[in-house]
Design a binder for this molecule. Sequence first.
Ligand code: UDP
Length: 328
Amino acid sequence: MNVLVAGGAGYVGSHAVAALQESGHTPIVLDTLELGHREACRDAELVVGDTADYDLVTHVLKEFEIDTVMHFAAYSRVGESMEEPLKYYINNVVGTLKLIQAMMDTGVKRFIFSSTAATYGEPEKMPIEESITKCPINVYGHSKLEVEEACQWLSKTSDFKYVAFRYFNACGAHKSGEVGEDHEVETHLIPLILQVPMGKREAISIFGTDYDTPDGTCIRDYIHVSDLADAHVRGIDYLVKGGESGAMNLGTGSGYSVRQIIDAARKVTGQEIKAVEAPRRAGDPSELVARADKANNALGWKPVQSDLETIIGSAWLWHKNHPNGYAS
Ligand code: UDP
């Protein structure tokens, strides 16, 4: 199938491009390259442009005879979303609605949307089920929830079909070591830890050691980016076969603490990795772990690369091969 991958030059999108190619589909990337990287798309067709550019998107949908749209193009920094909320609503919500408008006007009906566990906020009960009440605690999470809700109404009122995947902590890199994580401003735990053995950072800060968890540090559900990509490819088949529109968690169902991740990185890299205790980071819930039975059952999906050794080993290979990220 010909699949438009909006944001295909970004971290998760580029792994979806690789997974689509590996499973015989043809990805066509649409990316502004504001945050994405041309080399991340490798040999896939790349159209440089914005999802909000209705004329361009309708042209691309028709020209490439697109069957399904996967949408990864979004701003995703939680802190920035609180400082510049409108930037997030305009890009993540308005930009997505324009993309969907172009789809509907050209008869493209299948939509696979990159959503987030940040739509939940700070739930009390773990693991998190899709159906719980959502109370996002930041603009980023709310912007994704707004799109999900619009998709829900569109699927009720037209023949628009969608799956929204709520990612837990995306991490790791493609097994080739040639596609990986390269953010202009890095805030994520695993790449920051690996900057220590890379010689780019003296120590990793542990944000908060007084949480109500076994070792006092936050617990997250770390899911390999290639497992996320695999779920998206399965999502196409799910929708083609008439699967019900809706949202699904993508996580492993197992949580690891910050200290456990640092220990695993020490083992994988064979290096000491200095860690220092630091105050809590604002807005961090103590624990976020997915219940992923819905995706397991509906898609026949199981994470197969999400053990800590494979996650950190693949990220380490990528960073060693590309100490300064992509060339562009
Ligand atoms: N974290 C940390 N030190 C860092 C970066 C992150 O202790 O330098 C912690 C953070 O507080 C959270 C976990 O690592 O508990 C995962 O953070 P990340 O930013 O990777 O993902 P998030 O869960 O915020 O989406």
